[in-house]
Design a protein around this ligand. Structure first.
Ligand SMILES: N[C@@H](CCC(=O)N[C@@H](CS)C(=O)NCC(=O)O)C(=O)O
Length: 204
């Protein structure tokens, strides 16, 4: 089994985390790479847009990070997929939330503050997007209430994409509202060795 992509990418982190939770071993290609270092004619043969991650499971190529999360859980760790529909729809809902609603503002704030030199930052736009991002995590905070995990009492695939996003969000040097429910849930993730090892990588 091979996983392609640097460990500082949130999308690679989601894939690695679910693989870690499933107790898999894998060869990790370009683990310590930088933005764009994986791009080569060979890599484009397996991922035409040269995006990361790609999982190669004995020749089966799995692309798109959330597809990898679902695939790995379904094949190797079915206990991570909620069995009853109410829990499953919430797991799926928050996976989609991360990759659709939350991704754009989080990426914008992250790129501006972590990957753009100070004199090139658009501070007005940044402040607007930080508000959008804070509102978005407030919605998650309100949803979480006193739930232990996204889908209820058990950790599931539903925690993986939002959990990786929460690490990034809570690590950014920005002002955030008080999000007690989010923090309580996040602390449970931090107790998971694979989250610490595979997601909590210094922002770069
Ligand atoms: N929808 C794709 C997005 C993949 C994506 O945009 N990956 C970024 C990193 S987070 C990438 O490949 N950037 C180019 C690079 O880092 O070389 C997924 O979820 O897998």
């Amino acid at each position: 089994m091979k996983l392609y992509g640097r460990n500082t990418s949130i999308n690679v982190q989601k894939a690695a985390w679910v693989m870690g939770e499933a107790e898999l071993n894998w060869e990790w290609v370009d683990k310590e790479g930088g933005v764009g270092t994986i791009d080569s004619p060979q890599y484009r043969k397996i991922n035409p847009a040269a995006k990361i991650p790609t999982l190669d499971d004995s020749g089966l190529l799995v692309r798109q990070s959330n597809t990898i999360v679902r695939y790995v859980a379904r094949k190797y760790a079915p206990q991570l997929i909620p069995r009853d529909y109410p829990a499953w729809v919430e797991a799926e809902r928050w996976m989609e939330w991360q990759n659709s609603d939350n991704r754009a503002p989080l990426t914008k704030v992250f790129w501006t503050l972590i990957r753009t030199p100070e004199d090139k930052r658009d501070m007005e736009e940044l402040s607007t997007v930080i508000n959008v991002l804070n509102d978005d995590f407030t919605i998650l905070d309100e949803y979480l209430g006193d739930r232990k995990y996204i889908a209820g009492d058990e950790f599931s695939i539903g925690d993986i994409p939002p959990g990786a996003a929460a690490y990034r969000y809570l690590s950014l040097p920005i002002e955030r509202p008080v999000l007690t429910n989010l923090q309580n849930w996040y602390q449970k993730l931090v107790e998971r060795p694979k989250f610490k090892e595979l997601v909590m990588i210094p922002l770069a």
